[in-house]
Design a protein around this ligand. Structure first.
Ligand code: UDP
Length: 477
């Protein structure tokens, strides 16, 4: 056994999990821990460039590739990431393939003999695998404390059973704040009692969490203290808060290299932003999983134009089946020249959010985006779509009070046309200008300062990561 602690990280194959896991590995590596990230061939390039930069800094981080059985489960070759799935069948097959990764993971552990395995919640069997090798397994969910506590209370108390319609609000009981939702805002697996492969999978994930060494959370204590405490004291989980993880990316290069290759040159993007006055740009981006149908994209274009605000709008999968872009209103880009920038594909999100010119963020409330918005001190328009995003919206708009909801009502992965242009126009105007907007902005700035303090030496996240590393070292000996 070497003297240096060696930790393996095994992220789920979705950008919202891979990106923060890479940042997490960098944080561990910066404290002298040897780190290895396990991933699949087609996901490997997402890590390599960024790792190279980090390696140059003299830290220890490497990747280990295992095969992903895409073809075996009926997926096209190379389909190894959630952002490539566009039907329920594909999702089901993807999870089948994920289950088959248990054996290759065992091989890798056998070979590498690490001291700890940090594995995603979506690998329920990883706790047993780790115990075979007599090492602790840590869980990474990708959500914040609020997004961990609130869905758990939904599961425990089933308040949605006591309402007579899908649109009647109910309160999620026994949380530190009053949190109201409707059945429309829940996924089928949350609101129906029917057992499916996916609900069984989630049950296993929960079991594996209870048996694990603990949970690492990408959040900081000061952001959601009541929920960090609730998670450990009431829900009984052992957890370490070590975020915001994205703040380990200090250089332009690091910020621009997160995730996929950007569809816009970073210099061009910065030049465009540099030409704008502070807080004058709205940034719109909806993560890496949600899809927007043409009518909804059209409503966004109309809404943003009507708001009169300047913007950067990230559109993934911008072309329709006919390979054209008829979702854009006629003459839109001509009219918006100099005023608005559409990025088709992948944007350097953190680089953009951190720029002074950006004064508002229209987000789907994925936890990474939410926390990146917080870390940049930018008020948000919340437009949740699925997963725990409707909960995150409540945190942003009602608890932290740094956002305005666009009025999304329905849980969905494909946004069809549910949110109309007027609602978009109104919400965007509301976060960008006016007295309340200024107050929101002030609160957002305070949170940004707290976020930075948390990761500085002596801060809450800095200290918790040290405590975790110490505990892992002690466990080893
Ligand atoms: N992201 C990015 N550029 C894009 C789209 C997304 O850098 O064009 C990053 C974003 O900064 C965040 C992650 O991808 O770190 C998305 O994670 P999130 O939890 O917000 O949403 P998800 O994709 O999981 O729905």
């Amino acid at each position: 056994m070497g003297s240096q602690l060696h930790v393996f990280f095994f992220p789920f194959m979705a950008h919202g999990h891979m990106i923060p896991t890479l940042d997490m590995a960098k944080q561990f590596a910066s404290r002298g821990v040897k780190t290895t990230i396990i991933t699949t061939p087609f996901n490997a390039p997402i890590f390599t460039k960024s790792i190279q930069t980090t390696k140059n800094l003299g830290t220890q981080i490497s990747i280990r590739v295992i095969e992903f059985p895409a073809v075996e489960v009926g997926l096209p070759e190379g389909c190894e990431n959630v952002d490539q799935l566009h039907s329920e069948d594909m999702h089901a097959n993807f999870f089948k393939a994920v289950t088959m990764l248990q054996e290759p993971l065992e091989h890798v552990l056998e070979e590498g003999r690490p001291d700890c395995l940090v594995a995603d919640i979506f690998f329920p069997w990883a706790t047993d695998v780790a115990s075979k090798f007599n090492i602790p397994r840590l869980i990474f969910h990708g959500s914040g404390f609020f997004g961990l506590c609130a869905p758990e209370h939904l599961r425990l108390y089933k308040p949605h059973k006591n309402v007579s319609s899908d649109s009647e609000p109910f309160i999620v009981p026994n949380l530190p704040h009053e949190v109201k939702l409707t059945r429309m805002q829940l996924g089928d697996f949350d609101k129906e009692d029917i057992e499916t492969d996916f609900t069984r999978f989630l049950d296993k994930a929960r079991e594996s969490e209870m048996k694990s060494f603990g949970v690492v959370v990408n959040s900081f204590y000061e952001l959601e203290p009541a929920y960090a405490d609730h998670y450990s004291r009431v829900l009984g989980r052992k957890a370490w808060h070590i975020g915001p993880l994205s703040l380990c990316n200090r250089q332009v290069e690091d910020k621009a290299q997160r995730g996929k290759e950007t569809s816009i040159d970073k210099r061009e993007c910065l030049k465009w932003l540099d030409s704008k006055t502070p807080n004058s740009i709205v940034y719109l981006c909806f993560g890496t999983v949600a899809n927007f149908a043409a009518p909804q994209l059209y409503e966004i274009a109309m809404g943003i134009e009507a708001s009169g605000q300047q913007f950067i709008w990230v559109v993934r999968g911008a072309k329709n089946e006919d390979n054209n872009e008829n979702w854009l209103p006629e003459g839109f880009e001509e009219r918006m020249k100099g005023k608005g920038l559409i990025i088709r594909g992948w944007a350097p999100q953190v680089l953009i959010l951190d720029h002074d010119a950006v004064g508002g963020f229209v987000t789907h409330c994925g936890w990474n985006s939410t926390l990146e918005g917080v870390s940049a001190g930018v008020p948000m328009v919340t437009w949740p779509l699925f997963a725990e995003q409707f909960f995150n919206e409540k945190l942003v708009t009602e608890i932290l009070r740094i956002g305005v909801g666009v009025g999304a009502q329905q849980w969905k992965i494909v946004a069809s046309d549910g949110v109309k242009r007027d609602a978009i126009e109104k919400a965007v105007k509301e976060i960008m200008a006016g007295e309340e907007a200024e107050e929101r902005r002030r609160r957002a700035r305070t949170l940004k300062e707290m976020a930075w303090k948390a990761v500085e030496e002596g801060g809450s996240s800095y200290t918790d990561l040290n405590a975790l590393i110490k505990e892992l070292s002690a466990h080893r000996s």
